[in-house]
Write a protein that binds this ligand. Structure first.
Ligand code: F6R
Length: 242
């Protein structure tokens, strides 16, 4: 596991974006694994700027997002499909038919999970997976106690995650407690993983990921099993490392 510690969140976004830009420029038809949440927003801004200045094209790229709320249609402003459109897809030349986000409004969510796994395999697997990390060490919506071999599935969110994400929902807005998420096993099959973390509130989760035991209590610690992982973190997120 490579750990890159940078001064602040802006530097993390630039460094992370450069990894993706270089990857796409070496393999034009890269299969990207993408994340939502607040951390990758600055990285997506860097990617959009790089596209606008001709440093990168997403024309032949395809993508799979980590997760989606169950029970929200893709047009809902809090859905992760909507987030991706707003934060990235609408601003670059990616073919939207090649962008995949788990179907939060699927009639049969269990079948949708199986189909998602199949689709990733048919594309030849994910080349490079972007991750954020929850304060409790979750990756995707794989909450503590998730099986380290888990696949894409329906998952209940923990109270901690529901509370953390409440900031995105209005006071009277319905906030789902269920999600569809790639599993830890799915994530570990990506050829390369780039995890971003910024801010002191992620410092304990980063410490557990890097220095803790391999345990389902900290899902991100499963990344210790992967040979191509880079953690790009700011000084605040690194502040509990020994
Ligand atoms: C989002 C996701 C989550 C977030 C994590 C951190 O697709 O899978 O695991 O990466 O909750 O969220 P932020 O970046 O908002 O702190």
């Amino acid at each position: 596991m490579k750990v890159v510690i940078l001064k602040d969140a802006a530097a993390v976004a630039r460094y992370g974006a450069d990894i993706f830009i270089n990857h796409i420029n070496q393999k034009r038809d890269s299969v990207l694994g993408l994340a939502t949440g607040s951390t990758p927003v600055a990285l997506y801004k860097e990617l959009i700027a790089a596209y606008e200045t001709g440093r990168v094209s997403f024309k032949n790229v395809s993508s799979f997002n980590l997760d989606e709320y169950l029970g929200l249609p893709s047009t809902h402003p809090q859905s992760y499909r909507y987030f991706m459109k707003q934060q990235l897809f609408d601003h670059v030349d990616i073919d939207k038919t090649q962008t995949h986000v788990p179907a939060g409004d699927a009639e049969d969510p269990f079948a949708a999970c199986e189909a998602y796994e199949k689709n990733i395999k048919q594309k030849g697997g994910i080349d490079i997976q972007l991750l954020g990390i929850g304060r409790n060490g979750h990756i995707g919506f794989n909450e503590p106690s998730s099986s380290l071999k888990s696949r894409t599935r329906v998952k209940t969110l923990t109270r901690a995650t529901i509370d953390d994400n409440a900031r995105f929902f209005g006071p009277d807005e319905y906030q789902p407690h269920l999600s569809i998420t790639m599993g830890i096993g799915t994530i570990l099959e990506s050829k390369k993983v780039v995890l971003l973390a910024t801010g002191e509130n992620k410092a304990e989760a980063i410490k557990a990921t890097v220095e803790g035991p391999l345990t389902a209590a900290c899902p991100a610690s499963a990344l210790q099993l992967h040979e191509q992982v880079v953690l790009v973190i700011d000084e605040a997120a690194a502040s509990h490392l020994s």
